[in-house]
Ligand binder design. Structure first.
Ligand SMILES: O=C(O)c1cc(C(=O)O)c2c(n1)C(=O)C(=O)c1cc(C(=O)O)[nH]c1-2
Ligand SMILES: [Ca+2]
Length: 677
C-alpha cells in the first residue's frame, strides 16, 4: 500500500535536531548525510553481522535514470528514502518496496556542466521538519515539500553570476538553518558558506574563507587577520582566491560549533596567487564557526600556502578518543595531502598527524602542527611529481569510524600527476596546453607535461587514529573507490571502482561477502531499520573527477540504488557488457597539425575525454575509441549544440573550424601511435 501524503508529512515532520541526536543512540534511521551530526558513519545496528552477512541478498533496486556520477548517501526515515542523482535530481523512494514516491528535477541548464570541475554530481539532500533541501549544480538552494516534491522556496546562493560557482555538496541543517558552500576554485572564485532560515529561505549569515579586496572594508575580523597572510601584489581578490567549502560540514551540539573544511587556492600555484608567499588563510583548513551567527571561532590550517590543490574539504569526523590517558574531543580528518589529522575540536589545538599513504611534499608535522616541507615541492622552474596528487590521497568519498574497533576506514588512493609551473600566466586566458582553460580553469601549472613515474592505486585502509598507524589494508584494482560504512555487526561496507559491493570483518579486513553492482560505486552506503529488519543501501553511478575519463569495470550500468537484506533473493538486472573499444582508424589528417592540436585538446577536451587511446573513457567517451565517421565530422559536432544535453559545450566562438581540424589530427595521430604494431 503506497504511503499517503499525510503519512509522509507526519514522518518527515518529526525530523529535527532532537531527532538526529536521539537517533544517534539507536541508528534506526539515517537522518543526516554522515548519519549523526559528527558524521562517523558508525551505525549501532547489529542485526546484520559477521555471522550472517554472507546471507545478504537483494531486497530491491531502483533506477535513477542517470548515466553520470552518483555521489549521494541515501537519507532514510521510517522507510522513506531521499537520494539524488546527476544534475541534482532528487528521488523520494518508498524503501519498503523500492518504488518511486516522487522525483524533482531542478532543470539545471545543461550548458552549466562545464562550470564545475568534476562531473555533474550531487552528494545528497538534507531533511528537516517535512522539507527536503537540495543544492543544485548551478548554485541554487531549493526546499521541497517532503511529501510531494513541490518546491516551497528557492534562493540563488551565487554572489557573482560571472563566476563559475556550483554546488555539489549535501546541505546540512543546524539549529533551524540550512547551510551550504559552493565549488569553483579551479576556475577562480572566492569561497564562502551561507546559512538560510530553513522555513523561509531568508539568508541568516555568510562566511568567506579568504579575504576580498584589502582596499575595501573587511566583512569581519577573521578576514582582516587572513589578509595579513596574502601578498597583495598578486591581486588575489581579482581571481577570487579560492577556499571553496564544497563538501564537509559537521556539527557538535554540545559545543554548538560547526566545522567546515576549506578548499584549494586559485590559481593552484602560490607563486602567482601570492608571489611573496604566505600561508594564505583560510585555504586548506579546518574552520570552526558559530552556526547561529557564522562567526569565526578558530582554525587549523593543514596545508599552509597550498600549492598542490591539497583541499581540506574531505569528510570531517567528530569522536571522543582516549589519548595519553585523557579523553579528548577530537576531529579526525584525512584530507587530500596524505596526512591523517587528529585535532582538538574545542579549540583547534593540533594533536597529531601521520601520513596514511606515501607522501613526498612533507616529512611530517612538527609539534606546533606545521608541516616540515620538502623544498623541491615548490620548485619554480622544474616539474614536480605530486604524491599525493590533486586527486587526493583521499577525496570526498566518506570514511567511517567504528566505535567497536576504534578504527577509521579510509578510501585511500594514488593517481599519478606532475605539475610544471606555468610561465607568463594570465588569469582567464584560453591558451593551448593550459589545462581546461577553454572552460575557464586557472591552475598556473601545466599538468603531466612530463610523464609521472608513480603507479595508480586504490586501497581501503583501516587506521588506528590514537596510535596513528595502519592496522590492515585491502588493495584494489583501481583508485576512486566508494565511501565506507561501519556497523555494530563488526562490519565495514564499501562499494568499489571495479563494481562490487563488499562487506569486510571490521577487525581483520577479511572479505565476508560481495556482490556485483554492474558499474563502479563511489558514494557512501547507508543502513537503517524498517519494521524490525535491517537494510543496507548504496547508490551507484560511476563518475566524479576521476570517473569521467577512466573506468575499472567491464560493464556499464545506469545510476541505481541497491538495497540488501539478510535472506532476500531479488534478481539483479542484467549488466550491459562494454563494447571492447577499437582504436579509431583511417581519418585523414595533416601531420603538421598534430602539435597545435595537442595544445588545443589539452585546453578544451582533456578534462572530460582524457588521453585518446590511452585512458579507456569513464562516463564520458574516450575519443581514441570513437567511430571514424564521428571523428571525420568533429568540426560539425564540436561547433554545434549536438551534445549540449549531455553536458558538452558548443565551442562556437571559442574554437574555429581550423582549430577543430587540428584537434582531429591529434586524436587520430595519438590513436595511431598507441595502436599495437
Ligand atoms: O575547488 C573546488 O571548488 C572543487 C569543487 C569540487 C566539487 O564541487 O565537486 C571538487 C574539487 N574542487 C576537487 O578538487 C576535487 O578533487 C573534486 C572531486 C570531486 C568529485 O565529485 O569527484 N569534486 C571535486
Ligand atoms: Ca579543487
Amino acid at each position: 500500500e503506497p504511503l499517503s501524503e499525510a503519512k509522509i508529512r507526519e514522518i518527515t515532520g518529526g525530523v529535527d535536531k532532537d531527532a538526529i541526536i536521539e537517533n544517534g543512540k539507536t541508528s534506526e534511521n539515517w537522518l543526516n548525510y554522515g548519519l549523526d551530526y559528527g558524521e562517523k558513519r558508525y551505525s549501532r545496528l547489529n542485526q546484520i553481522s559477521t555471522a550472517n552477512v554472507g546471507e545478504l541478498g537483494l531486497a530491491w533496486y531502483y533506477d535513477l535514470n542517470s548515466r553520470r556520477g552518483v555521489e549521494a548517501t541515501p537519507i532514510v526515515v521510517d522507510g522513506i528514502m531521499y537520494v539524488t542523482s546527476s544534475w541534482s535530481i532528487v528521488h523520494a523512494i518508498d524503501a519498503r518496496l523500492g518504488e518511486e514516491i516522487w522525483t524533482y528535477d531542478p532543470q539545471v541548464p545543461r550548458d552549466y556542466a562545464e562550470k564545475g570541475c568534476c562531473d555533474i554530481v550531487n552528494r545528497g539532500v538534507a531533511l528537516h521538519k517535512g522539507k527536503v533541501y537540495v543544492g543544485t549544480y548551478d548554485g541554487r538552494m531549493v526546499a521541497l515539500d517532503a511529501a510531494t516534491g513541490q518546491p516551497v522556496w528557492e534562493v540563488d546562493t551565487v554572489i557573482d553570476r560571472d563566476k563559475a560557482y556550483t554546488i555539489t555538496g549535501a546541505p546540512r541543517v543546524v539549529n533551524g538553518k540550512v547551510i551550504i558552500g559552493n565549488g569553483g576554485a579551479e576556475y577562480g572564485v572566492r569561497g564562502y558558506i551561507t546559512a538560510y532560515d530553513a522555513e523561509t529561505g531568508e539568508q541568516a549569515w555568510r562566511w568567506f574563507a579568504v579575504p576580498g579586496d584589502p582596499s575595501k572594508p573587511f566583512e569581519d575580523e577573521s578576514m582582516a587577520r587572513a589578509a595579513l597572510t596574502w601578498d597583495p601584489s598578486g591581486k588575489y581578490w581579482e581571481a577570487g582566491g579560492g577556499g571553496t567549502m564544497w563538501d564537509s560540514m559537521v556539527y557538535d551540539p554540545e559545543l554548538n560549533l560547526l566545522y567546515v573544511g576549506t578548499g584549494n587556492g586559485n590559481p593552484w600555484n602560490r607563486d602567482i596567487r601570492s608571489p611573496g608567499g604566505g600561508d594564505n588563510l583560510y585555504l586548506a583548513s579546518i574552520v570552526a564557526l558559530n552556526p547561529d551567527t557564522g562567526e569565526y571561532v578558530w582554525h587549523y590550517q593543514e596545508t599552509p600556502g597550498d600549492h598542490w590543490d591539497y583541499t581540506s574539504t574531505q569528510p570531517l569526523m567528530l569522536a571522543d578518543l582516549q589519548i595519553d590517558g585523557r579523553e579528548r574531543k577530537v576531529i579526525m580528518h584525512a584530507p587530500k595531502n596524505g596526512f591523517f589529522f587528529v585535532v582538538d575540536r574545542t579549540d583547534g589545538e593540533f594533536i597529531s598527524a601521520e601520513n596514511f599513504v606515501e607522501v613526498n611534499w612533507a616529512e611530517g608535522y612538527d609539534a606546533n602542527g606545521r608541516p616540515i616541507e620538502v623544498p623541491a615541492a615548490r620548485a619554480k622552474d622544474k616539474p614536480w611529481e605530486t604524491i599525493p596528487s590533486a586527486y587526493g590521497a583521499h577525496n570526498w568519498h566518506p570514511m567511517a569510524f567504528s566505535e567497536q574497533t576504534g578504527l577509521v576506514y579510509i578510501p585511500a588512493q594514488g593517481v599519478p600527476l606532475t605539475q610544471l609551473p606555468e610561465k607568463d600566466f594570465v588569469q582567464d586566458e584560453h591558451k593551448p596546453f593550459k589545462f581546461a582553460s577553454n572552460s575557464g580553469w586557472n591552475l598556473g601549472f601545466a599538468l603531466n607535461a612530463v610523464a609521472p613515474e608513480a603507479k595508480p592505486y586504490g586501497s581501503l585502509i583501516a587506521w588506528d587514529p590514537v596510535n596513528q598507524r595502519e592496522v590492515w589494508r585491502q588493495e584494489y584494482l583501481s583508485p576512486w573507490n566508494g565511501g565506507t560504512l561501519a556497523t555494530a555487526g563488526n562490519l565495514v561496507f564499501q562499494g568499489t571502482a571495479d563494481g562490487r559491493f563488499v562487506a569486510y570483518d571490521a577487525t581483520t579486513g577479511v572479505t565476508l561477502w560481495q556482490t556485483p553492482l554492474g558499474t563502479g560505486a563511489v558514494a557512501g552506503p547507508s543502513t537503517y531499520m524498517i519494521d524490525g529488519k535491517q537494510y543496507v543501501s548504496i547508490a551507484v553511478g560511476w563518475g566524479g573527477v576521476y570517473g569521467v575519463a577512466n573506468k575499472a569495470t567491464e560493464t556499464v550500468g545506469p545510476g541505481r540504488v541497491y538495497t540488501f537484506a539478510v535472506g532476500a533473493s531479488g534478481e539483479k538486472p542484467k549488466d550491459v557488457a562494454m563494447q571492447a573499444g577499437e582504436l579509431v582508424q583511417g581519418v585523414e589528417y595533416d601531420p603538421e597539425h598534430v602539435t597545435a592540436g595537442t595544445g588545443l585538446y589539452v585546453s578544451s577536451c582533456a578534462q572530460c575525454h582524457g588521453v585518446p587511446g590511452v585512458q579507456n573513457g569513464g562516463n564520458v567517451p574516450n575519443l581514441g575509441f570513437t567511430d571514424a565517421n564521428v571523428l571525420r565530422n568533429l568540426p560539425d559536432l564540436v561547433l554545434s549544440d549536438t551534445f549540449v544535453q549531455g553536458g558538452m559545450p558548443d565551442f562556437t566562438g571559442r574554437l574555429s573550424k581550423d582549430d577543430v581540424v587540428r584537434i582531429q589530427a591529434f586524436i587520430q595521430a595519438t590513436a595511431d601511435a598507441v595502436r599495437p604494431k
